[in-house]
Design a protein around this ligand. Structure first.
Ligand SMILES: [Zn+2]
Length: 228
């Protein structure tokens, strides 16, 4: 068994109220045992229960707090809403701000076209905890960032102690299959070659594709030098 975020071998196995988890000593990711992943039709049915959320004022306010804290980008910027859900409320909010938004969701807005484009901002709002293979998925998103582009995530950071984790409400959703500690994102940024711009408890992370390569060369300049 390996960690599904970083690939480290032999994560620590422990149980919380009968459910098995794998706690990675290297990156701090806590993954639900794969045998406990929900069936795809059950997963989809549970997401459909969220359909009315977009009309709920509390939920809209929750989304607004995420949007307001996003990196400042100009109208016309290209944005990917990854995991946009049954009602793409966040995509709509971002479009209303003048961005060119692509929505992707494996159940509700499938299609691989986003994999051929680069984005100035990628948002994954309450999505990372649903990813079965987060290392692979987040790596793919990092590969779709334009130079200087941002990856903004919202997912609740997991508590450090087993005692707190057992009592933690966030793990009880059957579609939440893995959890990140704050330090998981420090590790992830290094692994993906991104800069960690923001890490705010309880749930906000912003990563950025650097403009400078190691050694201080601004991206784009290297090619010009090579041609000279
Ligand atoms: Zn790991």
């Amino acid at each position: 068994m390996t960690c599904r975020l970083c690939g480290a071998p032999d994560p620590r196995r422990f149980f919380a109220r009968g459910k098995g988890y794998l706690d990675c000593p290297q990156c701090g990711y806590v993954g639900l045992e794969p045998t406990l992943f929900p069936r795809r039709d059950d997963e989809c049915a549970r997401y459909l229960l969220h359909k009315n959320d977009s009309a709920d004022i509390g939920y809209r306010n929750f989304l607004e707090t995420f949007v307001k804290a996003l990196p400042k980008i100009a109208p016309g910027a290209r944005v990917l809403d990854f995991g946009s859900g049954p009602v793409p409320a966040l995509s709509d909010m971002l479009r209303a701000r003048g961005f060119i938004v692509t929505s992707y969701d494996p159940f509700f807005a499938p299609g691989k076209a986003w994999r051929r484009h680069l984005f100035d901002l990628i948002v994954a709002h309450e999505v990372a905890e649903h990813l079965r293979f987060p290392g692979r998925s987040l790596g793919a998103l990092a590969g779709r960032l334009s130079i200087g582009g941002w990856l903004a995530l919202r997912t609740r950071f997991a508590p450090d102690s087993d005692e707190e984790f057992v009592r933690w409400w966030y793990r009880e959703d059957s579609t939440h299959v893995g959890f990140f500690r704050a330090r998981s994102f420090v590790f992830l940024a290094g692994k993906l070659g991104l800069e960690l711009e923001e890490l705010s408890a309880p749930d906000r992370v912003v990563l950025r594709k650097p403009r400078k390569l190691p050694g201080g060369v601004t991206q784009g300049e290297g090619a010009a030098c090579a041609r000279a």
